[in-house]
Design a protein around this ligand. Structure first.
Ligand SMILES: NC(=O)c1ccc[n+]([C@@H]2O[C@H](COP(=O)([O-])OP(=O)(O)OC[C@H]3O[C@@H](n4cnc5c(N)ncnc54)[C@H](OP(=O)(O)O)[C@@H]3O)[C@@H](O)[C@H]2O)c1
Length: 231
C-alpha cells in the first residue's frame, strides 16, 4: 500500500509503539486518525503528528471500540488502513492470575482489537488494510504468561481467518508478530513481573517492521524481518 496520502487509523496511538508509528506514518504523508485511552498522551501525539481527528476509547467498552473505525472513516472521509497497537500483559503462575485479570487480558489483547477490525472491515476500501500487533508469545506460549499468550494467539487466529474471508474484497489483513521490544510494556503489566528477557528490538525497529508490512502488502511480519506475502 502506498502510505503517502492514505487515510489511516492508529488505535493504541498513546503507547510507545503506537505513538512512534503514528508519527512515522504522518511523516510519510499519511492522513491519520488517532485513538488511545490516555487523553493527555493522545493530545501530545496528535500535536506531534499535525492536525487531525483523535478520540479516546477504553478496550473494556467493546461498543466504543467498535465505533472507532466508523468514526475514523467519517472524520477522514474514507478509510484505507487500520493498525491496532493496543495491548497489556500479566505475568504469573496460571493458578494465581485470577478471572478478573484473565478477562482483562482477553478484552484488551483480543476482543477490543477484533471489535475495531470487525467494524473496520465494513469501512476500509478495496486495496485497503487491516493490521494488528500480536507477539511471538502467540507462537511460543512461554511459561508464566499463559493468559497474555492465549489472548494474542486468539487475535492471530482471528486475523488469519479474516484474511481468507476478506481476500475476495481485496482487503489485506496483516499480523505484526513482534518479539520482545524495549518499550515500557512489560513494566506496565496488570500483575506480576516479567521474567528475565533477552535484549529486545528497539521501538524504532518495531515501527520499521510495521511500515515494511504495510508497504509490501505482507500478511505476517515476524521477527528478523521475515515476511509472508499476501495470501
Ligand atoms: N513491548 C513488547 O515487548 C511487545 C512485544 C510484542 C508485542 N507487543 C505488543 O505491541 C503493542 C504495543 O505495545 P507497546 O510496547 O507500545 O506498549 P505500551 O506502550 O504499553 O502500549 C500499550 C497500548 O495499549 C493501550 N491500552 C492498554 N490498555 C488499554 C485499555 N484498557 N483500553 C484502551 N487502550 C489500552 C495503551 O493505552 P494508554 O497508553 O492510553 O493507556 C497503549 O496505547 C501491544 O499490542 C503489545 O502487546 C509488545
Amino acid at each position: 500500500m502506498e502510505i503517502r496520502g492514505a487515510t489511516m487509523l492508529v488505535a493504541g496511538a498513546t503507547g510507545d509503539i503506537g505513538s512512534a508509528l503514528a508519527e512515522r506514518l504522518a511523516g510519510l504523508g499519511a492522513v491519520t486518525a488517532l485513538a488511545g485511552r490516555d487523553p493527555d498522551r493522545l493530545a501530545g501525539v496528535r500535536e506531534r503528528c499535525g492536525p487531525g481527528p483523535s478520540r479516546t476509547f477504553d478496550a473494556w467498552d467493546l461498543d466504543g471500540a467498535e465505533g472507532t473505525a466508523a468514526w475514523a472513516a467519517r472524520e477522514l472521509g474514507g478509510l484505507d488502513a487500520v493498525v491496532v497497537c493496543v495491548g497489556v500483559a500479566a505475568f504469573g503462575p496460571v493458578g494465581e492470575i485470577g478471572e478478573a485479570v484473565a478477562e482483562h487480558l482477553m478484552a484488551v489483547n483480543a476482543l477490543a482489537p477484533m471489535a475495531i477490525l470487525r467494524s473496520a472491515s465494513t469501512h476500509v476500501s478495496p486495496g485497503g488494510l487491516l493490521a494488528a500487533v500480536t507477539g511471538t508469545v502467540a507462537r511460543l506460549a512461554p511459561a508464566g504468561m499463559a493468559d497474555y499468550a492465549a489472548a494474542k494467539a486468539a487475535l492471530a487466529t482471528w486475523l488469519a481467518s479474516a484474511r481468507r474471508e476478506l481476500r475476495r474484497s481485496r482487503v489485506g489483513v496483516l499480523e505484526i508478530c513482534l518479539p520482545h521490544v524495549e518499550s515500557g510494556f512489560a513494566g506496565r503489566a496488570v500483575t506480576g513481573a516479567a521474567p528475565a528477557l533477552p535484549p529486545g528490538i528497539t521501538v524504532a525497529q518495531a515501527v520499521d517492521t510495521i511500515v515494511e508490512g504495510i508497504r509490501t502488502d505482507a500478511s505476517v511480519m515476524e521477527p528478523a524481518g521475515s515476511r509472508r506475502g499476501r495470501s
